[in-house]
Design a protein around this ligand. Structure first.
Ligand code: UTP
Length: 281
């Protein structure tokens, strides 16, 4: 059973500037809630009990968000959050220097101890939640598993991309991974999407990898070692994934999730329809 989850949230968020000048990327709002709350909810709905959030300089708002609020009875959203937090233990550790996702994950070694764990990027939303499905694959194959999605070929150079063999519908055995390949060198159209179930062996590999793509310590490099030594699977996630580290995706997430929202969805839909009709006149 996977009981622990690690959420890296210490990145600089330069693609979201100037929004992220004085605000963590992970607290940027999507409809009613900051992004990181969606991520914590996903972990909770997947049966996770303990969460480690990796924060850093300028990220204190993340910790404040999960503190108990004095205004509980003023908002049912706050009450819902409080109910979830009663069942979770959230811990924090600070990455001293944002040297890459691989470096951030290294800070989770003591927390994870010797158990497999879920790793959820703090700036990605999946709908429906992807982690529960990944845990099912992990339990069947007894090996680390990462979520991937099909991406337009022209966009592959923005992602980590896998080379893999299909083992069943929606599940692949990973043979190799490449971080942000040139389009012509991409080994498939399957891109890594920021949801992982990993064996604690990842820490061994992270210790060995040096500085990689973009001068950062890359998780992809440690995963490549893992797929050679222990085996690694990929699960093709068919739901919707939003990378809130990217302004266009952030806007799309707001529109799509607002349209489905119980409170404001109907009114928003009417307004959007009028706006679109008028813009084509
Ligand atoms: P990104 O790859 O989006 O990097 O991180 P970034 O630095 O946050 O953003 P840009 O590229 O400057 O716009 C993916 C996830 O990994 C975390 C981020 O907080 C985000 O949740 N991360 C990244 C860290 O925790 N530490 C790092 O050093 C880098």
């Amino acid at each position: 059973m996977i009981k622990k989850c690690v959420i890296p949230a210490a990145g600089l968020g330069t693609r979201m500037l100037p929004i992220t000048k004085a605000q963590p990327k992970e607290t940027v709002p999507v409809v009613h809630k900051p992004v990181i709350q969606y991520v914590v909810e996903e972990a909770y709905l997947s049966g996770i009990k303990e969460i480690l959030i990796i924060t850093g300089k300028g990220k204190r708002a993340i910790e404040d968000h999960f503190d108990r609020s004095e205004l509980l009875n003023k908002s049912h959203y706050l009450e819902e959050l409080e109910i979830m937090l009663r069942d979770l233990d959230i811990f924090y550790v600070r990455q001293r220097d944002p040297k890459g996702l691989g470096d951030a994950v290294r800070y989770a070694e003591a927390f994870v101890d010797d158990e497999p764990f879920a790793l959820l990027l703090g700036d990605n939303i999946t709908n429906p939640p992807c982690t529960r499905m990944l845990i099912d694959v992990f339990e069947r194959y007894k090996a680390s598993v990462i979520a991937v999605e099909e991406v337009e070929v022209s966009r592959l150079s923005h992602h980590g991309v896998i080379k893999a063999d299909k083992v069943e519908k929606g599940v692949f055995r990973v043979e190799d991974l490449v971080e942000k390949p040139k389009v012509e060198e991409a080994p498939s159209n399957l891109a890594v999407i920021g949801r992982y179930i990993l064996s604690p062996k990842i820490f061994e590999y992270l210790k060995k990898v040096g500085v990689g793509y973009g001068g950062e310590i890359q998780l992809t490099d440690a995963l490549r070692e893992m797929c050679r030594q222990d085996g690694l699977y990929a699960y093709l996630y068919l739901g919707k994934r939003y990378d809130i580290g990217n302004k266009l995706e952030w806007l799309k997430a707001n529109v799509e999730l607002a349209l489905r929202d119980k409170e404001i969805g109907e009114e928003f839909k009417k307004w959007l329809k009028t706006l679109i009709l008028n813009s084509f006149k």
